[in-house]
Design a protein around this ligand. Structure first.
Ligand code: FES
Length: 152
């Protein structure tokens, strides 16, 4: 005895292709999420891809542009901190969580606005996530009142 579906609904519930269709829907859901994230990138320019996370060029700025007990972001590439007078540190300004630009520097932390990851102003290490990786660190030198960050 063979069974024959009486309606399209019954045919769907017993069809061997059902898991495939679920997989397609799952994939479409992921693609939709990516599209939304992509739209956010285009709208805010706050995030970037991993390829952009490794700056290769040198950058310079007046040391006076970096406040003591804080820092500044230059060229959407580097964040320069000055926790103490004359003590400078440079990191990538691209958050290691999902690629947003860090925008705020306090006495203790470089803060990402997207999901509030906090990074050390002296080492770039994660103080609090969701980021798990530190901000890449770069050499910074001062000469004649000008800071130069060495790209890789
Ligand atoms: S992108 Fe920075 S915390 Fe998520």
């Amino acid at each position: 005895m063979t069974t024959t579906p009486n309606s399209p609904a019954e045919a769907d519930s017993t069809a061997p292709a059902d898991p495939t269709r679920r997989r397609v829907m799952k994939t479409a859901g992921v693609a939709g999420t990516v599209a939304v994230i992509g739209g956010s990138v285009a709208a805010t320019s706050a995030c970037s891809s991993d390829e952009e996370a490794e700056p290769t060029k040198d950058s310079s700025l007046p040391a006076s542009d970096v406040p003591v007990g804080s820092g500044t972001v230059i060229e959407d590439t580097y964040v320069i901190t000055q926790p103490k007078e004359g003590e400078f540190f440079a990191f990538s300004s691209v958050c290691t969580h999902q690629g947003c630009q860090v925008t705020r520097i306090t006495e203790e932390a470089i803060v990402c606005p997207c999901h509030s990851s906090n990074f050390s102003v002296t080492t770039g290490e994660v103080i609090s996530g969701p980021a798990e990786e530190p901000l890449p660190k770069y050499d910074v030198s001062e000469s004649g009142g000008t800071l130069t960050v060495k790209g890789q």
